[in-house]
Design a protein around this ligand. Structure first.
Ligand SMILES: Cc1cc2nc3c(=O)[nH]c(=O)nc-3n(C[C@H](O)[C@H](O)[C@H](O)COP(=O)(O)OP(=O)(O)OC[C@H]3O[C@@H](n4cnc5c(N)ncnc54)[C@H](O)[C@@H]3O)c2cc1C
Length: 376
């Protein structure tokens, strides 16, 4: 069977394309390398497993005023928001020789908003609107071959099983750099294009997040917002990560770079992070109920070796993401290919809806060509 559309990647971009295909009545299959949907979106429970009321190990903030496409999508999906807690003082840790200092929090504008139930509520809402038989989990695309009028994809399953599928259009809803490193193209894509994919940073792929979960948000009672900035580390920027349902936590972006994290392993970083939270928030921080640690640079379905070094944010780039033999049977829809907000959730939604609109136009045109003259 040849699918009209194959979507590779089940993050926000791939799921948004899938939802649009379903709404437009265009047949599709979505293949996802992991055994879960969401990609960089991952909301986990205290046990570290995906949860419907979880801590956001990937993205946690949206800014509705600046992100109209995402906000409108979230609104249509019935997603509810709540503000990032910033009530109370912020703690600054400037050097090892000066005790941490507290200062009144300045109100950020626009305000960072979080999603009730965790960011994975977006994934869950999209998933619930897509028929389950269209989704194949645990299947990684490793090769795409251009045939006459279609594309053949080789997929590898978890036990090393391989199968092929054919599609008229393949949408790669994943970071361009990862495409370049993990998928073989026959014929090869233009070398200049491959270089561009490789040099496009995958936003936040070099980073790691640490969470300390507590039985109560004790810092709030002490007049602290849970926000802190540190020049010492290992956590550089810390925030209140308490869920909308009241599960208390602090989280921080790990300030140790990815190559060093790989050499150290997680344990010393986790230990030093708890000690740091204790310096910043007092003795109650020394005994979390649990900790969560997620190193995205160590995740082969997000990051490549190029992501061991943090680089600048990807910038919008109006040039086409596909050229030559591969256009228009191949389309790129990952967040990094957005024309407006590359790297962000907004970018994922924007790129996906742009690609979905292109596919719908192609389909309408094919339908007109194949319609009997009396229908025209
Ligand atoms: C720690 C962290 C914090 C962040 N914070 C924010 C934030 O606060 N706000 C914000 O707007 N953005 C944030 N981001 C960025 C945001 O997560 C991304 O922009 C968005 O999730 C990207 O979605 P995507 O669908 O384009 O790609 P991804 O989510 O990366 O999805 C790609 C999918 O493709 C799959 N895949 C990869 N290779 C293959 C293959 N060969 N075959 C099959 N499947 C494959 C992957 O498993 C994955 O599911 C953050 C990211 C991280 C990691």
């Amino acid at each position: 069977m040849t699918f009209p559309v194959m979507i590779v990647g089940g993050g926000i971009s791939g799921l948004t394309v899938a939802h649009a295909m379903q709404s437009a009545g265009i047949e599709f299959v979505l293949v996802e390398g992991r055994d879960r949907l969401g990609g960089r979106i991952l909301s986990a429970g205290i046990d570290g497993l995906p949860s419907e009321d979880g801590f956001d190990l990937g993205p946690s903030w949206i800014w509705p005023e600046m992100q109209p496409v995402l906000y409108s999508l979230a609104d249509r999906l019935g997603i509810r928001l709540f503000p990032q807690n910033d009530e109370g003082d912020i703690v600054l840790e400037r050097s090892a020789s000066i005790a941490p200092q507290r200062f009144p929090t300045f109100q950020r504008a626009p305000r960072s908003m979080r999603i009730k139930g965790g960011t994975a509520a977006i994934t869950a809402a999209l998933k619930s609107r897509i028929a389950a038989e269209h989704v194949r989990l645990g299947m990684r695309v490793t090769r795409l071959a251009r045939l006459d009028g279609s594309v053949s994809a080789t997929l590898e399953g978890p036990a090393g099983t391989a199968e092929t599928m054919e599609a008229a259009i393949v949408v790669l809803a994943m970071p361009p750099r990862l495409i370049d490193r993990s998928i073989k193209f026959e014929p090869p894509v233009d070398p200049a294009l491959a270089r561009r994919w490789r040099s496009t940073p995958t936003w936040m792929a070099p980073h790691a997040k640490f969470f300390a979960i507590y039985d109560e948000a004790f810092w709030r009672r002490d007049g602290l917002s849970g926000a802190a900035q540190s020049m010492i580390g290992p956590l550089g920027e810390i925030h209140d990560a308490t869920t909308s349902s009241g599960k208390a936590a602090l989280f921080g972006f790990v300030g140790v770079n990815a190559a060093q994290r790989r050499r150290m392993g997680p344990e010393p970083i986790i230990q030093a992070s708890i000690e740091q939270l204790t310096r910043l928030f007092g003795n109650k921080a020394a005994a979390p109920m649990a900790t969560l640690y997620r190193d995205w640079a160590a995740d082969a379905l997000t990051a490549t070796e190029d992501d061991l070094i943090a680089t600048d944010h990807p910038l919008p780039d109006p040039r086409p993401w596909v050229s030559g033999d591969w256009s228009p049977v191949l389309m790129l829809a990952g967040s990094e290919t957005s024309m407006t907000s590359p790297g962000y959730l907004e970018g994922g939604a924007e790129a996906a809806l742009r690609v979905a609109a292109e596919i719908e136009l192609i389909w309408q045109s094919l339908a007109r060509q194949s319609a009997p003259a009396s229908d025209l």
